[in-house]
Ligand binder design. Structure first.
Ligand code: AP5
Ligand code: ZN
Length: 214
């Protein structure tokens, strides 16, 4: 199954993606994770991307479309995939549609996790990520068992650079209209599923798995 998970920053895309990919046995493709990995590896592409990411702006389309297509070309995507954070605007959506059509494929479901924007600021500023394995926590809604340590690998938990309040506000501003455009685009194609993401993690997850199982 070919799935897109859509939602504003902090909507819970990454959190839900983990369970979906396990349930569906498909790879999780997060353009944000791919770009952060490139930056960590000190590649020229990663350095360029970080100039935009650290300010909460979108990385240019030629970069993100390129890395998404490169990843989708890998053999493990043959039986399906979950795209998280891509597409982010209509140009990327159209490029994706064209790319998939050229291989006789299409998107089956677009899961739109809708969350009140007032909640998102709190979710993002309270997020902590394991510097060892990448697991995500939240200081109040999903706290680690031991302060500042990952439950899975005991790695140190850190705050993402773009989760500081001023950058979060910019990310929410930049993405609001673009996300609405994508909701409209996929709704017109009859593949949009709207999920109330303001509830707790398990409830949101249950709804998603019901949609995918039905
Ligand atoms: P990216 O890494 O994709 O970030 P994002 O889209 O801003 O989304 P997040 O990862 O911040 O949020 P999420 O929805 O995954 O939330 P999470 O599950 O972690 O992109 C980063 C940057 O890269 C962009 O700003 C841009 O610069 C660049 N980029 C990436 N893709 C691009 C593209 N295609 N084009 C251009 N530029 C691109 O949850 C958040 C927190 O809330 C966690 O602490 C979690 O524990 C908690 N939480 C989750 N669900 C719930 C719940 N139901 N109840 C309570 N707490 C919850
Ligand atoms: Zn860890």
């Amino acid at each position: 199954m070919n799935i897109i998970i859509l939602g504003l920053p902090g909507a819970g895309k990454g959190t839900q993606a983990k369970v979906i990919v396990e349930n569906q046995s498909i790879p999780h493709i997060s353009t944000g994770d791919l770009l952060r990995k490139a930056y960590k590896a000190k590649t020229a592409l990663g350095e360029l991307a970080n100039e935009y990411m650290s300010k909460g702006e979108l990385v240019p389309d030629d970069v993100t479309i390129g890395i998404a297509q490169q990843r989708l070309n890998e053999p493990d995507c043959g039986k399906g995939f979950l795209l998280d954070g891509f597409p982010r605007n209509l140009e990327q959506a159209e490029a994706l549609e064209k790319y998939l059509a050229s291989g006789g494929k299409k998107v089956d479901h677009v899961l739109y996790i809708q969350v009140d924007s007032r909640i998102l600021l709190e979710r993002l500023t309270g997020r902590r990520v394991c510097s060892g394995c990448g697991e995500t926590f939240h200081l109040s809604s999903h706290p680690p068992k031991v302060m500042d340590r990952c439950d899975l690998c005991s790695g140190i938990l850190v705050q993402r650079e773009d989760d500081r309040e001023v950058t979060v506000k910019e990310r929410l501003r930049v993405n609001s209209e673009l996300t609405n455009n994508l909701v409209h685009y996929y709704s017109e194609r009859g593949i949009l599923k709207i999920i109330n993401g303001s509830r707790d993690i398990a409830e949101v997850n249950k709804d998603i798995l019901t949609i995918l199982g039905g």
